[in-house]
Design a protein around this ligand. Structure first.
Ligand code: IMP
Length: 423
């Protein structure tokens, strides 16, 4: 096993940070390769509790080098404050954190545009994190982006900024917002430039060498399969490619090197923002899950929508991405339930239905078919040995394996690095 991809397999917040932090202890390189600070990966280890938004969650491993590759978009203020937070906690970053100069920058107008698009959509809004993600990627693919490479050359940065402000201020003014000043943006960006300079380095050749030498590379996926713009519940998705194939364009890793694809799933399902969610529980049971799982967003603090485990989703995600194993997180959140339901498939107008056959409107109408399992009503918190799991918890895991066709390799039983069963 030399190149492992960790991929969130529901609608985000599956606990990928914890799995990455654990696996990073045996990795040489950890790559965050897409998305921006809309992602929030929580890591709890001997150094403390860290809400990570941009720096790879594996940076705490002494062995590993952290890489932010070209597919990531950067809000420099957030990046700098994360770097400062890590340095203050004693994490050494010099020569251990590399940032690709190909990364696009989230500019102040992207955040404003994110807001105005959402306002314009009204009740059909996406429910974005408001971090400017969609508008930044839109500029990237329409050749209007500004990259770190541009920031390294102040003249080029100012020229590009002037053109973009001409366009963006026009849009902002027409929607009743104040235009932005080039001078203010230049001043902040030129100041921030010095702080990130020590970490800027194109990682391509370094990674090619690592592949040749069979070094262990861990790709830290952000968000989740059902937020992918092609395969997720469009338009209730995020902007970057999340599925396994994205490692080529967004990290420069040829797909043929991928040896393991670990789908991370919560033992139940959650979602923030709008969009279909077939197994959502809007009543008291959903409330119990939210409380027990502390289901509030790492990035925005929004309460997460909660529901039962949806095997139809995971079966689809496994086929699409070629999962080689599954990591289940937050099993302990189900400890108190006397009965636990699992969605085994969907029905639409009384007929069997699948995730892939319809769009967001269709998925809002499908009816989940449930199987009810007995709960274990015993604590699993902190367990590290599969044999010690209560019998009904083992049955729950086995049911998930049967329904998804993928074996469960990791079971997370608490927030700390070592609260984990390797099966
Ligand atoms: P955006 O990525 O801020 O544009 O938001 C688009 C949608 O993706 C919204 O529903 C967000 O709540 C959701 N989203 C984006 N990133 C994450 C994540 O890391 N976890 C959970 N939801 C996310």
């Amino acid at each position: 096993m030399s190149v492992t991809l960790i991929i969130g397999s529901q609608w985000g917040d599956e606990g990928k940070g914890k799995i990455v932090d654990f696996l990073s202890l045996q990795s040489d390189y950890i790559i965050r390769f897409h998305g921006g600070n809309n992602a929030g990966h929580t890591v709890v280890n001997k150094y403390g509790k860290f809400p990570m938004h941009l720096v790879p969650s594996g940076i705490f491993s002494k062995r590993a080098t952290g890489i932010i590759s070209n597919g990531v978009i950067l809000d420099l203020e957030v990046l700098i404050s994360e770097i400062e937070m890590l340095k203050k906690s004693g994490i050494k970053l010099k020569n251990r954190l590399l940032i690709s100069p190909r990364c696009h920058l989230i500019m102040p107008y992207h955040k404003l545009l994110d807001q105005v698009y959402e306002e314009a959509k009204g009740k059909n809004k996406t429910g974005t994190t408001g971090r400017g993600i969609g508008p930044t990627y839109a500029d990237k693919v329409s050749y209007n982006g500004i990259r770190i490479w541009d920031l390294l050359d102040t003249k080029r940065f100012s020229e590009k900024l002037e053109i973009q402000l001409k366009i963006k201020n026009g849009i902002l003014k027409s929607l009743g917002k104040k235009p932005l000043s080039a001078k203010t943006i230049e001043k902040t960006f030129f100041e921030m430039r010095g702080k990130i300079m020590p970490y800027i380095a194109e990682p391509f050749l370094l990674l090619q060498k690592a592949l040749k030498e069979k070094k262990k590379i861990l790709l830290e996926g952000a968000h989740a399969v059902f937020l992918d713009p092609d395969w997720g519940t469009y338009p209730y998705v995020t902007a970057s490619t999340i599925v396994a194939g994205g490692i080529n364009s967004q990290a420069g890793i040829p797909p043929k090197f991928l040896s393991d694809v670990v789908g991370v799933v919560k033992a139940y399902t959650t979602r923030v923002g709008e969009g279909p969610f077939p197994t959502e529980l809007t009543g008291a049971t959903g409330e119990i899950l939210r409380k027990a799982g502390n289901e509030f967003g790492t990035t925005t603090g929004r309460p997460r929508r909660c529901g039962w485990f949806d095997a139809e989703l995971i079966r689809f995600a496994a086929l699409l991405n070629g999962f080689t194993s599954i990591a289940i997180t937050k099993l302990d959140v189900l400890d108190s339930f006397s009965e636990i339901k699992v969605c085994v498939g969907y029905k639409y107008k009384g007929e069997k239905a699948t995730y892939s056959q319809g769009d967001d409107q269709f998925l809002m109408k499908v009816v989940p078919v449930y199987k009810t399992l007995k709960g274990w009503q015993a604590t699993t918190n902190g367990l590290t040995d599969y044999k010690k799991l209560p019998l009904n918890a083992k049955k729950y895991i086995e049911e998930i394996e049967k329904l998804t066709g993928v074996s469960v390799k990791y079971i997370s039983t608490g927030p700390h690095r070592h609260d984990i069963i390797v099966k």
